[in-house]
Design a protein around this ligand. Structure first.
Ligand SMILES: [Zn+2]
Length: 205
């Protein structure tokens, strides 16, 4: 519990210092939810969605919090919106989780869009499917020319993360994470936190 409070404080600082960084608000929300501080988690998730409205998983987490808080009408609104976003993007895991939550709230299960031949064809001709939550490249996603790191994680990134998302992480987010969280990558703890945030950010965890 102590460690959780510490991480909440770290990410609270990151979210305050860099209020436009979706990553900080997202992680803050998850940690607050884990700690049972649902009203604060709701605020963090709402801010994440203002910054990154395509981030389908966040609608699911926000919906869970609102449902637990007994804010039924709000939960339904968020989950319906999130279902549409996830369905459009092909994020099936959060989409189906949101459908389940809606049913638990006594709502009819929303109907997914039929899979169009166009989207299947897009994949068949070599379209790359990026798994980073919040990737906005859709069918324009391109695969990296090779694994960006010479280890297992590098291979996973190569297989699951598009070139744009990797570059975004490398040139922008990773530097923010190191600066704002004052990570010392020469220590095992610093390197471990960095790795964990990288996996979470890129959708590999
Ligand atoms: Zn991507």
């Amino acid at each position: 519990m102590h460690l959780l409070d510490e991480r909440i404080a770290q990410f609270r600082k990151m979210a305050n210092d860099d209020p436009d960084n979706e990553l900080g608000h997202y992680r803050l929300g998850q940690l607050l939810q884990e700690a049972g501080r649902l009203e604060e988690a709701v605020q963090a998730y709402r801010r994440t969605l203002e910054l990154s409205p395509q981030f389908s998983k966040v609608y699911q987490l926000l919906g869970e919090c609102l449902k637990q808080l007994g804010q039924r009408a709000d939960a339904i609104k968020v989950l319906r919106e999130g279902f549409a976003v996830a369905d459009e993007r092909g994020d099936y895991v959060p989409r189906d989780a949101m459908s389940k939550l809606l049913v638990e709230l006594g709502e009819p299960a929303p109907v997914p869009r039929p899979t169009t031949p166009a989207s299947t064809a897009g994949q068949a001709v070599g379209g790359f499917r990026c798994r980073r939550p919040g990737c906005y490249m859709g069918q324009r996603a391109r695969q990296l020319p090779k694994a960006p790191l010479p280890d297992d994680i590098g291979q996973k990134i190569f297989e699951n993360v598009c070139a744009e998302c990797w570059n975004y992480w490398l040139r922008d987010l990773s530097i923010k994470v190191i600066n704002e969280m004052r990570l010392d990558l020469s220590t095992a703890q610093g390197a471990e936190i960095y790795d964990q945030i990288m996996r979470e950010t890129l959708g590999l965890s």
